[in-house]
Structure formats: C-alpha cells, structure tokens
Design a protein around this ligand. Structure first.
Ligand code: FPP
Length: 228
C-alpha cells in the first residue's frame, strides 16, 4: 500500500463532541489531546515520515479567553508530559507556528521538547500552534527582501526555504475531521497537490481505524501532479 510521506490533520469537532455528550467544551479538548497521543503513535507505526497537526491557529485567539487559557494549559501539559513517550518512539518534535507570539512558559517548553528530541530519527511531529498560512507566506516574502534577494532570485525554491516547513516534503494527505470541508489557512503552499480526506467523526473519535480508512483512501487515489 502506498504510504503518504507527509500527513496533515485539521483536528476539528472537539466542541461538538462535548456538546453531543452534554459536557463542557473543555472536556472535548481534553479528549482531543488524548487522541493526539494515539494518532502520533499510529502514524509513526504506519511509516509516515511527517505528521502535522493543527492545534491552534492565529485566528483561534478570538475565542473566549477562558477557552484559550484551557487550550494553553493542555498544550503546556502536553509539552511537559510527552517528552519520554516521544523519545521511546523515536519521534522528533517541531513547533510549527509563530513561537514569538506565544506566552513565555510555552515558548520555553516547546523549545525544550524540540531540543530533547532533536536526535531522534523517526517520524517528525509538527504541532501547529499560533499558525496561519497567510502569515507564514507574508513572512517568507519579507524575508526574501530582508535577505537582499533581487526580483529575479525570487522563485519557488527561495520562497520555500523561508517557510516554517523548510526542508519538509509537501503534504501528501490532508485530513479534516468533523464533516467540515475547508482548509482554514492551514499549509496552503504545502498542500498544493495534497489529496483531501474528510472524516465525518469528531476529532476525539478519530481512532486508529479511522486513520487507516484515510490511509486506504489515499492509496486508492491516482495522483497526476498536473500531468496526464
Ligand atoms: C477543534 O475543535 C480544536 C481546536 C481548535 C483546538 C484544540 C486542539 C486540541 C485539543 C488538540 C491540542 C493538542 C495539544 C497537544 C494541546 P473545535 O473547538 O473547533 O470544535 P467545534 O468546531 O466542534 O466547536
């Protein structure tokens, strides 16, 4: 079976999952974090080389402060508690997003986890936090200018080298849970030729079997990259 090198997931539906069960939204986010751990392991065992999970966008700061602070607490716990588990699985951690805009504690924990797992050579787990694709592209173009590039030097390679995903292969498979069919400012450049897969279940129910269904769907696609 053809395995995608890079899988990206928009983890949607934590709130609706909780609502369906008559629980507060934060319970949905908690269940969502548990699913992160499981899917990271399943993806690594399936032979995926890069897994990018969209945890928090640059637009998510607009949510009520109480919800943002719970998500930040969960993130901090994750960054602190999963170092050993990532080590055991040989997984390298990468914070994908505007780290400068994060609270100091999270910044330090994220960098510590990147450093602690830097020597691992299994799958790379990119956790997208405070990430927005338009912001990433604007920053890459600004960097081309501040690096002194001439108009003639600006091409796909020079832009790509200035993205947060520098050196990471393009997304092969983009999954979104919860029935919505939008890209929501996630990896716009990197998804140029990605195959899309929409799962009906909410993120806290996206288990190993659901992941495998997405992988099977990917393997059945015929990819032409603009050719015939
Ligand atoms: C989507 O559900 C979830 C989010 C926007 C953020 C929460 C992300 C997680 C809990 C995973 C975080 C991972 C770590 C490691 C901290 P939603 O709230 O948009 O659901 P809804 O569309 O049903 O309201």
């Amino acid at each position: 079976m053809e395995i995608p090198q890079h899988v990206a997931i928009i983890m949607d539906g934590n709130g609706r999952w909780a609502k369906d069960k008559g629980l507060p939204r934060i319970k949905g986010h908690k269940a969502g974090v548990a699913r992160v751990e499981e899917i990271v392991e399943v993806a690594a065992n399936s032979g995926v080389k890069h897994l990018s999970l969209y945890a928090f966008s640059t637009e998510n700061w607009r949510r009520p402060e109480s919800e943002v602070s719970v998500i930040m607490c969960l993130l901090r716990l994750y960054l602190r508690l999963y170092t050993n588990s990532l080590h055991r699985k040989g997984i390298r951690f990468h914070f994908l997003g505007d780290i400068e805009g994060m609270p100091e504690g999270i910044r330090a924990d994220a960098l510590a986890l990147e450093i602690a797992t830097a020597g691992e050579n299994g799958m790379v787990f990119h956790l997208a936090v405070n990430y927005g694709s338009r912001m990433e592209l604007v920053n890459a173009i600004k960097k081309c200018i501040s690096d002194g590039l001439e108009v003639a030097d600006i091409n796909e390679t020079t832009v790509e080298e200035r993205l947060l995903t520098k050196g990471v292969p393009p997304v092969d498979l983009l999954i979104r849970t919860s029935g919505e069919q939008r890209i929501s400012n996630f990896l716009l450049w990197q998804c140029a030729y990605a195959e899309f897969y929409f799962a009906d279940c909410h993120w806290p129910d996206f288990n190993k079997a659901e992941f495998q269904k997405a992988m099977e769907s990917f393997a059945s696609r015929e990819r032409r990259f603009g050719g015939i």
